[in-house]
Design a protein around this ligand. Structure first.
Ligand code: ARG
Ligand code: GLU
Length: 712
């Protein structure tokens, strides 16, 4: 029996103990340690070809696009590719009824037609260095946390100041391995970035939210920009005298396509992962918090759907809200599903047993002794606060009326002593808020959502630990009726009239509005009962997680661990492959234009096919972009470890040539932010040949293709 137990532990350990193919988000400057494995998997280039500070390398073509995506340079004239959903906001800003680029697409037929995008920047990493020693200098494991933090802050400040004297680059120092290591990043930020082209949404967002996170997928999720610089190639704000940025390196594009089993890697900016959590935290997230949020969001989405189906106007009004809520909803559903399917919590527990054994194996591991026990305790203490927070955000503030009323909270505190200029500023910004709010507001939806959410709130959260106003509610339906009838915030004319004639004596009216009262009760509860304690508990948990991370590194000296994603440049690699999401079900690794035609439905917004695309399909007019099987490949999956922020990242082949743009994951494997399982975690990319086909054949923007370096 004992033996059997050991064996099982060993097997579990083993599957956890070695880096699995596909797992890992690696620091580019340390890629020489991965080189051997990458080459064994098929890579034909070197680590130095990917990241070098001595010569040009692929890293010179990769950018952080705006604040949340990745982009890559594909020509000597600063031409940049990213996802359609990454460029969306900028495309939208340039769209109007006369020029509806979201619906129709946009193509600059020469550089003069490219559209400036104020506020958009791209960031190039020029160099990174390990500065752990300097930053941790003067700290030790036994020192109180606040002292440690003060020391580190001081070291960072000093080093940044020193380095800034030596360089024109932007200097930032970031923690890796949860604060066990520190690296300095030298960045260059370009602020003149122009929109060059994008397909119509029927292509760039084909499948919409219905297909979001789902395989098989047929989205042409790309858009094209260009980076401009001053005549010396340096960053400069928009000017018509600026010239296209000439990169040290741009990506070459492969037209060879992919085969199952091919080596592939993704180079980009993954935002956040939590791969080293204790079991108790994974359990709490996957089995308690996520299911609650998924359930609440699912019920909200059901109501949205019902009204959206009845009325095309409502469908448009609630499209963006639906997308926002739906993105997390589907992802977290996948997290729970994946963790349980993979027995993630049990595997973590088995690992923890071994960790504890290891800790007991030597005296100098004393600092880890109570760690796991303390985790159990701390997460248990955190639980009611996490729940309270989830209900506040997902139930209370999800009521649009209440949320909107909250915008007026500052105005409700105005007194006769408030300077008129401040009041004028508030009023004018609130008028803008009101216009945006009412444009997309449909009261019957909000009423039904409010009644549903408040019932859930009352049912699930304890009377002694929830916002006060809830305890005053006897009959939810009657309360909601009153709320919506009495509040002025449902009525655009009333709100505007109020703002136009606002004076301090009217602040009371705001305070007494029932929607404002509900808002204040929610926020007051958060401020007084939740926030302080949650911050305190999380600070302690962060300290423990840092220590546990160090313990995991000390224990597994034979295994290279990768630091959690922290929105810095990483390389992640695996294979082009499909998967088996369920018993009896197999997903092929690629999709084709045939699938777009199969999904076509002129009555369903997400599945309308552009006539021009249909024509190209009917004529099989794919040019050199067709696969050797004669079809037009649209998207493909790979076992490459990616997360949010990797949108727009290049996926590259064994020769470092561009195969496609990463844009999503399969929902069954979204647990990869917590635990990676090579069997079910897959990223999804749009095939570069489909991208070029759309640019060239669909849009007739072949001049852009001429700039690129294409390898047939
Ligand atoms: N799921 C992807 C991500 O997390 C894509 C989201 C945008 N696409 C959409 N259909 N909503 O960002
Ligand atoms: N769509 C995500 C993004 O915008 C990438 C998908 C993921 O989370 O893997 O970054």
């Amino acid at each position: 029996m004992k033996h059997l137990h050991c064996l099982i532990t060993f097997v579990l350990m083993f599957s956890f103990g070695i880096a699995k193919a596909g797992e890992g988000m690696w620091i580019p400057m340390l890629l020489q340690y991965n080189e051997k494995e990458m080459q064994e998997m098929g890579m034909r280039i070197t680590a130095e070809d990917i990241y070098s500070i001595n010569r040009s390398s692929l890293k010179d073509a990769i950018v952080l696009f705006g604040g949340g995506c990745t982009g890559e340079i594909v020509s000597d004239y600063g031409l940049l590719l990213t996802n359609h959903h990454c460029g969306y906001g900028y495309i939208q800003k340039h769209s109007s009824v006369e020029h509806d680029y979201l619906t129709n697409g946009f193509w600059a037929m020469n550089r003069g037609e490219e559209l400036p995008c104020p506020g958009l920047s791209v960031t190039f990493l020029r160099e990174m260095r390990d500065v752990t020693e300097k930053i941790l200098h003067g700290t030790n494991v036994d020192m109180p946390e606040d002292e440690r933090k003060a020391k580190i802050d001081e070291n960072i400040k000093k080093l940044v100041a020193d380095l800034e004297k030596q360089t024109d680059y932007k200097v930032s120092i970031k923690p890796y391995f949860l604060g066990n290591e520190y690296y300095v990043l030298f960045n260059e930020v370009y602020t003149d970035v122009r929109l060059v082209g994008c397909p119509p949404s029927n292509i760039g967002k084909f499948g919409g939210d219905t297909d979001n996170w789902v395989w098989p997928r047929h989205t042409g999720d790309f858009s094209v920009f260009r980076v401009y610089a001053d005549k010396d190639g340096r960053p400069a704000d928009y000017s018509k005298d600026n010239v296209p940025y000439k990169p040290a390196k741009h990506l070459e594009i492969s037209l060879k396509g992919v085969e199952e089993g091919d080596f592939a890697f993704v180079f980009g900016y993954p935002a956040h992962t939590n791969e080293y959590l204790p079991a108790v935290a994974v359990d709490q997230e996957a089995n308690l918090i996520d299911p609650i949020v998924v359930d609440l969001r699912g019920k909200v989405l059901d109501i949205y759907n019902k009204y959206q189906e009845q009325d095309p106007k409502v469908r448009i009004q609630y499209a963006a809200k639906h997308a926002n809520i739906g993105n997390g909803w589907k992802k977290w559903m996948g997290v729970t599903e994946g963790i349980n399917h993979f027995h993630g919590v049990e595997k973590k527990r088995a690992f923890e047993k071994d960790f504890q054994k290891w800790v007991l194996g030597a005296r100098n591991r004393y600092m880890y002794l109570d760690l796991l026990k303390d985790f159990e305790q701390s997460y248990k203490e955190l639980e009611p606060y996490e729940l309270a927070y989830s209900y506040l955000a997902e139930a209370g503030l999800r009521i649009e009326l209440v949320n909107f009323a909250g915008r007026f909270a500052r105005l409700s505190e105005v007194t006769k002593d408030t300077p008129q200029a401040d009041i004028d500023k508030m009023v004018s910004s609130l008028k803008g808020n009101a216009a945006t709010f009412f444009k997309d507001y449909y009261e019957p939806i909000d009423r039904e959502v409010a009644a549903m959410l408040l019932k859930e709130y009352l049912k699930e959260q304890p009377a002694d630990f929830r916002p006060d106003f809830l305890n005053g509610i006897k009959d939810v339906d009657a309360y909601v009726d009153q709320l919506f009838t009495k509040s002025m915030f449902t009525d655009e004319a009333k709100v505007n009239d109020f703002l136009d004639n606002f004076k301090p004596s009217k602040a009371k009216k705001l305070q007494n509005d029932p929607a404002m009262k509900a808002y204040q009760s929610l926020i007051g509860f958060y401020r007084n009962e939740v926030n302080g304690k949650m911050t305190e508990l999380n600070a302690n948990i962060d300290r423990m997680r840092r220590l546990y991370m160090k313990g995991q590194m000390d224990m597994q000296t034979d295994k290279r661990l990768f630091p959690d994603a922290n929105f810095t440049l990483r390389v992640t690699y695996g294979k082009v492959e499909g998967f088996k999401p369920q018993d009896g079900k197999t997903y092929r690794h690629f999709t084709t234009l045939e699938g777009i035609m199969q999904k076509e439905n002129p009555d369903i917004y997400d599945y309308v096919v552009e006539p021009r695309l249909k024509q190209l399909y009917n004529n099989k007019d794919y040019g050199r972009y067709a696969d050797k099987d004669g079809t037009m490949h649209v998207a493909f999956t790979a076992s490459v470890h990616t997360t949010g922020g990797n949108s727009g990242s290049p996926i590259l082949n064994a020769d470092g040539r561009l195969l496609g743009l990463n844009f999503d994951r399969c929902w069954e494997g979204t647990m990869s932010d917590l635990i990676y399982d090579p069997d079910i975690c897959r990223n999804i990319s749009v095939d570069i040949r489909y991208v070029l086909f759309i640019i060239d054949k669909f849009a007739g923007a072949g001049h852009l293709i001429d700039e690129m370096s294409i390898v047939e």
